[in-house]
Design a protein around this ligand. Sequence first.
Ligand SMILES: [Zn+2]
Length: 91
Amino acid sequence: MSTSLLYHTQNLGGFLFETFKFLGGATIAEVRRSPAKFCCPNCKSHSVTPTLIGTRDIQGLPIGRCCFYLRVKMHRIRCHSCGAFLMEKLL
Ligand SMILES: [Zn+2]
């Protein structure tokens, strides 16, 4: 699976595919946001510094009979325009 396949099967844009994990009958795709897609949740400025703080598992649409999850790397965003320091928004 690739970034393109995630986009077309899960409607997931702005993220890059990294790897697959297979755990207990579930498929987990690890993804991260494209570096150019980071923006401030407050003012939408792209002058930001993201800091990785962990991961979040989100259930995706099933692939065949397997449960499918997206493991997304979550960041805290420091905005250089408005000074906000907030969690990134996924949608
Ligand atoms: Zn801002």
